[in-house]
Write a new protein. Structure first.
Length: 134
């Protein structure tokens, strides 16, 4: 006894530091308006895991796809006040992968920035945020 298998590694949490490398857009709204608009946009089809108006960070719950080879996508948005009427928004789609075996699920791997999906989300977000309300 006591010499069994080594302990299994724990799941890697999503590395949010990769978000600073995401796609950037500048919108002509005050910081408060931009923060609320981005939050509302993300809430349309995602679950918000955390949001902090003070730090300007919004993170969604990871969405898991796949059966045996799973992908988890988490969206992280960072907002920065430029001036009274301009806000910079950085959008990052972060991915993690794992494999599932018959009796065991592997831990999530290293967080990677998906530049293509980040850019696509940035374009969609920019189009949605710049349409004036009717």
């Amino acid at each position: 006894y006591g010499q069994g298998r080594p302990p299994t590694p724990t799941d890697q949490p999503v590395d949010l530091s990769k978000a600073v490398e995401g796609s950037q857009l500048t919108i002509s709204k005050s910081y408060e308006e931009a923060y609320q608009a981005v939050l509302d946009y993300l809430k349309k089809d995602r679950v918000i895991a955390s949001s902090d108006r003070e730090t300007g960070k919004i993170v969604t719950e990871g969405v898991i796809e796949g059966d045996y080879r799973q992908t988890k996508r988490t969206v992280c948005v960072l907002l920065n006040r430029c001036d009274a009427n301009t806000t910079t928004v950085r959008v990052a789609v972060l991915k993690q992968f794992r494999r599932k075996a018959a009796l065991q699920t592997r831990p999530w791997g290293e967080t990677k920035l998906d530049k293509k999906e980040s850019e696509e989300l940035r374009k969609n977000m920019k189009a949605a945020l710049e349409i004036p309300p009717t």
